[in-house]
Design a protein. Structure first.
Length: 281
């Protein structure tokens, strides 16, 4: 997650807090059944079905659009004709650490021994429901609010908690593109792919050129070279999408800060089994 100083500079440029236009799903009309916002059947999902995104009716984000983990993963896999699909598990592991509500899903998913309170209902993500199974979690529509605010009040919203200029979106594809563009700009080569056709609010001025190896230290921190950053996972993509962030024992600057803010080396990698199950659904 970017630093507060970085965010304050951007806030000066984005003082209008009026919700922006609602975005259509994708640039090309999806075929029936491919849009997670479209419910063709009118029936509740059965095993193997991923439910459409919903409008939250309860909790402090009532009125925002939320999606099930399977819908977020499906959106990721469909981006740019599937060119990012092999990186789905890495992307979902970041999202599970950053943008789920209630947070810390392993603590309320019974398959992992969870006993904490889960989301209240499919349209209310308040942590007042019973623990849920992994299968229930994967299709639970309330857990990924596309406009989920950051706990520290920074302008980092949605599943990946990536710095944004759009305070209200209804399309999961928009948030996925923001995340990809940010990682390409700040963790990788500083070259944002042409298919990432949304503003990258946290775009970096130079490349970090993070190595494509887990915990590999990046030669440069684009925002503050006094604070080292490293690659979180090895990427199966070409060119690699090297998600990065602060190293254990250091401070949050560029990238995703869970490892240092929570003092957990495996803060994101602990979710890989669940992330892969979501991507395989």
């Amino acid at each position: 997650m970017p630093t507060l100083a970085h965010v304050m500079v951007l806030m000066a440029a984005y003082t209008d807090t009026t919700p922006k236009r609602e975005l259509l799903f994708g640039q090309v009309p999806p075929t029936p059944g491919d849009d997670p916002l479209e419910d063709l059947s009118g029936q509740p999902p059965t095993a193997g079905d991923c439910p459409p995104c919903v409008v939250l009716t309860g909790g402090n984000q009532a009125g925002s659009t939320a999606c099930a983990p399977c819908a977020i993963a499906r959106t990721w896999k469909q981006l740019n004709g599937g060119s990012y699909a092999e990186g789905c598990a890495n992307a979902m592991a970041i999202a599970l650490g950053e943008g789920v509500y209630p947070p810390q899903p392993l603590k309320y998913i019974t398959d992992y021994g969870g006993t904490w309170a889960g989301p209240k209902s499919p349209t209310d993500n308040t942590a007042s429901g019973p623990p849920i199974s992994k299968a229930e979690f994967i299709t639970q529509t309330s857990v990924f609010d596309l406009n989920q605010p950051a706990y520290d009040q920074q302008i980092t919203l949605g599943p990946w908690q990536t710095l944004t200029a759009e305070l209200h979106v209804t399309d999961p594809q928009y948030r996925a593109k923001e995340a990809i563009g940010y990682v390409q700009s700040c963790c990788a080569s500083n070259v944002v792919s042409p298919d990432i056709d949304v503003p990258i609010a946290g775009k970096c001025s130079k490349a970090a050129d993070c190595p494509n190896e887990e915990n590999g230290q990046c030669p440069v921190n684009p925002n503050n070279n006094d604070y080292p950053i490293s690659t979180i996972f090895k990427s199966p993509l070409e060119p690699p999408l090297t998600w990065c962030g602060c190293m254990l024992g250091h401070s949050a600057t560029t990238g995703y800060s869970g490892r240092c803010s929570q003092n957990m080396e495996d803060f994101y990698t602990q979710y890989m089994e669940l992330a892969q199950a979501i991507c395989d659904f």
